[in-house]
Write a protein that binds this ligand. Structure first.
Ligand code: SF4
Length: 229
């Protein structure tokens, strides 16, 4: 299983090249994107972030100073804009009031402490917290998402109902063979590669196994189950 996980990366990387994730010009932009990307495509997030940039407010204090309805208006392209405005403001309030706007302090220190801090903010769940930690904070916290679960389940690497922590433990335990500095890039790119496969090949229905770089890793006995979504 561990050998298969590592081989999966080699195959995806050979096919797609390094994915250069996470899209975002600064760590703060990465964090804003991590909140906005919940339940929407990245293209919609980019439009919302472009609105924030045009309004000159993509900075912690300026964003927090915006009245919530105005913030929601700017976030409209990202969908669920009222909820996301509230979640973003909850994150900004902690960042500005408790950490003086210093993202490196909020995301820094021992990983369990930083992760618990983020998870205590309303609207920030494990995937969002780990995206911030891995891509903006430089912390070794593997990001798991629906694509990870679907791909792993179809290959028999986990149960279809495996929970977040279980999948994270599996990835972090199996993909820990590189020294920490190289592992950070490896884990960042590993998640990005899974997203690429999940979007382009491992669709909920009618997976495109014939063209997928992970096809040789499908157990012969397992036919991908389109019901695993
Ligand atoms: S598309 Fe097929 S081969 Fe590719 S990851 Fe999904 S189940 Fe595996």
């Amino acid at each position: 299983m561990i050998a298969a996980l590592r081989e999966a990366y080699r195959r995806m990387r050979r096919r797609f090249g390094h994915q250069q994730w996470w899209p975002g010009e600064t760590p703060f932009e990465v964090c804003v994107g991590a909140i906005l990307t919940q339940n929407t495509s990245w293209a919609n997030v980019e439009r919302a972030i472009a609105n924030l940039k045009s309004a000159g407010v993509l900075e912690p204090r300026r964003l927090l100073d915006l009245p919530e309805p105005e913030l929601a208006r700017l976030l409209r392209p990202a969908g669920y804009f009222n909820v996301k405005a509230r979640r973003l403001r909850a994150f900004l309030a902690v960042l500005v009031h408790d950490f003086h706007g210093r993202l490196e302090t909020l995301l820094g220190g021992p990983l369990p402490v930083a992760r618990t801090r983020l998870l205590a903010i309303p609207g920030i769940g494990p995937e969002t917290a780990d995206s911030m930690l891995l891509y903006a904070g430089g912390q070794l916290s593997f990001v798991v998402d629906a694509y990870t679960r679907r791909i792993f389940a179809r290959h028999g690497w986990c149960q279809p109902d495996a929970d977040y922590d279980e999948l994270q433990r599996l990835c972090e335990g199996g993909l820990n063979h590189l020294p920490a500095r190289r592992r950070l890039d490896y884990w960042q790119d590993y998640h990005a590669q899974l997203v690429r496969v999940g979007k382009d090949y491992c669709r909920p229905r009618s997976p495109r196994c014939e063209d997928c770089p992970l096809r040789p890793l499908l157990p012969v006995a397992i036919t991908p189950n389109p019901g695993v979504s």
